[in-house]
Design a protein around this ligand. Structure first.
Ligand code: NAP
Length: 307
């Protein structure tokens, strides 16, 4: 089978995927770098352990209206693991056998693991973010002050991770107040959720602590010409800025923050570490995140990174 190809529901109906197949499913999915990342890590796993000899990671374009039909088919075809990306992370919750507690709170799953009776769901995005912040910016979420921009799927995972990690303060802002309130209701039900408060994107909270990290979990910045979601000039000098967006590699938010002297990083490290954690869940082996980073940089036509 060809791990470069984009497969469809029809392929799943008509084709046997031999060995131990894994896949990312989304819509659109053509530009996903997950197959490159995971297949590079599988090459490394194979060198250390022959049980990975027939593992391969594919990509499938599955429309949202086909997800309910596709998941049982993936299961019947013995796909050991699936990564879910836009737009499936929330809808899949109602279609699987079990959900890990943090994914249940976040209301989204990005990693499914085969079990005889169906798929179990996990969310590795929060872990990926927390590792990305540590690796790129030296920020540990425990005790950190965090300004989180957004209230969509990625922001929900990030907010839950911040509270679970016992951040000091969590300030959440979003364009649509209703979605922000939904997220705040989730956080309010968690131990430590009281450390979360809201703000309007147009005005950063008053009297911010001297240090902290801004995490952009909005999709503002994905398109050329998108403005920054906040006015970086309102940010105290000691704050760092992380943008979950990694393609383009520099958003207006990152460029403006960099120009004002803030330490910055984009979401590539989050992508790598959420993927590495997924593969660890499936393989129960240590995964080479460096190999994944090299493959992702190559696929994205970025200069190689050595972290
Ligand atoms: P989503 O569920 O569609 O949420 C999108 C968020 O962006 C919402 O909060 C939305 O606000 C906000 N937004 C969209 N357009 C906006 C605008 N013009 N002005 C202000 N806010 C705007 O998407 P998602 O899955 O959470 O993903 C969010 C971003 O994170 C995407 O860029 C995605 O690529 C990135 N991401 C990166 C990784 C990684 O591994 N690095 C992982 C997951 C996601 P409203 O509620 O007002 O619509």
């Amino acid at each position: 089978m060809d791990t470069e190809k984009t497969y469809t529901l029809r392929d799943l109906e008509t084709t046997e995927f031999s060995g131990t197949p894994l896949a990312v499913i989304g819509h659109p999915i053509k530009h996903s770098v997950s197959p490159a990342m995971h297949n590079a890590a599988l090459v490394q796993l194979r060198k250390a352990d022959s049980r990975f000899i027939d593992w391969a990671y594919y990509r499938f374009d599955i429309a949202p209206e086909d997800l309910a039909q596709a998941l049982p088919l993936f299961h019947r075809r013995n796909f050991l693991g699936l990564n879910l990306t836009i737009p499936h992370k929330v809808q899949a919750l109602d279609l699987i056998k079990g959900v890990s507690p943090d994914a249940e709170i976040a209301g989204a799953v990005n990693t499914l693991v085969w079990d005889e009776l169906g798929y179990d769901g996990f969310n590795t995005d929060g872990y990926g973010l927390s590792r990305g912040l540590e690796v790129d910016l030296g920020v540990s979420l425990k005790g950190a002050n965090v300004i989180l921009l957004g209230s969509g799927g990625a922001a929900r995972g990030a907010a839950v991770q911040c509270v679970l990690s016992k951040c000091a303060q969590l300030y959440v802002g979003n364009r649509t107040p209703e979605r922000l309130q939904d997220l705040m209701a989730v956080l309010a039900g968690m131990p430590g959720g009281a450390r979360a408060q809201t703000f309007a994107l147009s005005q950063l909270p008053e009297n911010l602590p001297e240090q902290g990290v801004v995490v952009n979990a909005t999709s503002l910045g994905l398109k050329a010409g998108d403005p920054a979601p906040i006015d970086v000039a309102q940010l105290p000098a000691g704050w760092k800025v992380y943008d979950m967006i990694y393609n383009p590699s520099a958003t207006a938010l990152l460029e403006q923050a960099h120009a004002r002297g803030h330490a910055i990083a984009n979401g590539l490290s989050m992508l790598i570490h959420q993927g590495a954690r997924s593969l660890e869940i499936w393989s129960h082996a240590d995964v080479d995140a460096h190999a994944m980073m090299t493959a992702a940089c190559h696929a994205l036509k970025l200069p190689p990174r050595h972290d």
